[in-house]
Design a protein around this ligand. Structure first.
Ligand SMILES: Cc1cc2nc3c(=O)[nH]c(=O)nc-3n(C[C@H](O)[C@H](O)[C@H](O)COP(=O)(O)OP(=O)(O)OC[C@H]3O[C@@H](n4cnc5c(N)ncnc54)[C@H](O)[C@@H]3O)c2cc1C
Length: 447
């Protein structure tokens, strides 16, 4: 099928870039619009404030990015990213238990988010027919007189530019602040049902010079929060010879941004390595704070009517509590879906995309929301299944301090490689039950 037509993508961050990658296979012209001035190199920018916080790219996300952009991993490595064995080279603490480590094929990259976005943007802009227009803010949609089809976007006034852009397809990838609910209402469409789970996360990140031998030769630390201690800590290598330390609290728990408070919070985490690192390492900048109020999922698949020629994508469709590191990988999964659907035809695209996207979002949503519901302060429905799974996972984490097979099974689910139901399979279940009868050995505690 020869490429034809024009697709417009609102937002040129990772979601928009990935959408453009899929669209470029069937649309002759793809235009990405972003209200930001886009930096020439890997640098944080205003429209993506989370870019200053540590981003973990899950193993499934890394696999998909490599499939979409062959050689991307090697390019990131050349630019200073560190490949990390997510089971073998990361100290994991879940529910206070240190996971027994083992070599694995779960590979991630230690790198800043701006580096990843920059490398992906380079690849996408090199595709035939793709262009990026920075400093171009979309303010609404244009449509046919009967409003049944979106025909393009309206742009904020700027000299030397038209105030409308026509398109055969418009994709909203403008992030969690997406204006789709407002734009669709202007065209007479009802609001999509929305699910929201308030978590009140506060992130603080600081970067440090990376010395040889730091962290015991390991490459990362991940201390997960647990009921009674709603605090997280992540240490990850980044390009440019540095480490970043991100600490987070939920439900009003907030890492301080002054030196002393930051060090005290680090020392309070279940992973002693974070406090040690913060005490001894040389900071390269001041801590940067960002808040994330709630996970939000917009259920466009449940709307009885939706205009042709329009899609909502990535964080604009579902924005997940970032402590589980899923956003980019979920956008990557949607990209494979969009690519598959477009390879067949363009008919009834929204009708085909939204229900399938909802099904692929179900797993990461249930992982994030299920884990958040362990905290009594998080409001939501605690079904018997959610309670049971959380009690079971607490036992799994205890047993995984001795049994690396359990750690591997858990990390494959967390990295969106295996479905959550995999953890309830008989082989895993039996090991969890067997683990209850063993006390962690002294050597496994010290490891
Ligand atoms: C604190 C924090 C930490 C995170 N950590 C992780 C992590 O560890 N791992 C992970 O996978 N994900 C993480 N995420 C999520 C991840 O950042 C997103 O999933 C990812 O950036 C894809 O989002 P997006 O492209 O849909 O939206 P965004 O990245 O938010 O980008 C939206 C883009 O749209 C542009 N825009 C907005 N409105 C308009 C408009 N009207 N006109 C034109 N342009 C517009 C903006 O300038 C911006 O470029 C984290 C998020 C947060 C908040």
């Amino acid at each position: 099928m020869a490429a034809s037509g024009h697709a417009v993508v609102v937002g040129a961050s990772l979601g928009g870039l990935l959408a453009a990658r899929a669209l470029a296979e069937t649309y002759a012209q793809v235009t990405l619009l972003d209200r930001d001035k886009l930096p020439a190199g890997p640098a944080p920018r205003r429209g993506v404030p989370q870019g200053r916080q540590v981003h973990v790219l899950l193993a499934r996300g890394r696999q998909i990015l490599e499939e979409l952009f062959p050689g991307l991993g090697a390019e990131l490595y050349r630019q200073g990213a560190t490949p990390v064995d997510l089971h073998g080279q990361v100290h994991w603490y879940n529910d206070g238990h240190r996971m027994r480590s083992a070599r694995s094929d779960l590979t991630g990259f230690g790198m800043s988010r701006p580096l990843l976005e920059h490398a992906v943007r380079d690849r996408v802009t090199a595709l035939p027919g793709v262009r990026v227009l920075p400093e171009c803010e979309v303010t609404g949609l244009t449509a046919t007189p009967d409003q049944s089809r979106v025909t393009g976007v309206r742009l904020a006034p700027a000299t030397g530019r038209p105030d409308e852009l026509r398109a055969d397809l418009v994709v909203d990838a403008a992030g969690r602040g997406s204006r789709s609910p407002v734009w669709l209402a202007e065209l007479g469409y009802p609001a999509a049902p929305q699910e929201q789970v308030e978590v009140g996360v506060t992130y603080v990140t600081r970067r440090y010079r990376r010395e040889d031998g730091q962290l015991d030769g390991m490459l990362g630390v991940l201390a997960n929060a647990m009921p009674g201690r709603p605090r997280y800590g992540v240490v990850a290598p980044q390009e440019g010879g540095r480490f970043a330390v991100t600490m987070a609290g939920i439900l009003g728990e907030q890492p301080p941004t002054d030196d002393e408070g930051f060090a005290r919070f680090a020392a309070s985490l279940t992973a002693p390595q974070v406090g040690e690192l913060v005490r001894h390492a040389e900071p390269l900048d001041d801590p940067v704070l960002m808040r994330f109020p709630a996970s939000v999922r917009r259920r466009y698949e449940r709307l009885p009517r939706f205009p042709a020629g329009y899609l909502v994508f990535a964080d604009a469709l579902c924005s997940l509590n970032p402590v589980y590191g899923q956003g980019i990988t979920v956008a990557a999964l949607q990209t494979l879906l969009l690519r598959r659907l477009l390879a067949r035809d363009r008919d009834r695209l929204a009708r085909r995309f939204f229900p399938r996207a909802a099904r692929l979002i179900d797993a990461p949503w249930s992982i994030a929301v299920g884990a958040d519901l362990r905290f009594p302060g998080v409001r939501g429905r605690r079904t018997p299944a959610v309670r049971l799974v959380n009690a079971y996972l607490a036992r799994l984490h205890a047993a995984a301090s001795n049994d690396a097979v359990l750690g591997a099974a858990f990390l494959r689910v967390l990295n969106l490689i295996d479905p959550p139901a995999r953890l309830l399979g008989p082989d895993v279940l039996l090991r969890v039950l067997a683990g209850r009868r063993q006390r962690p050995s002294a050597s496994s505690m010290a490891r």
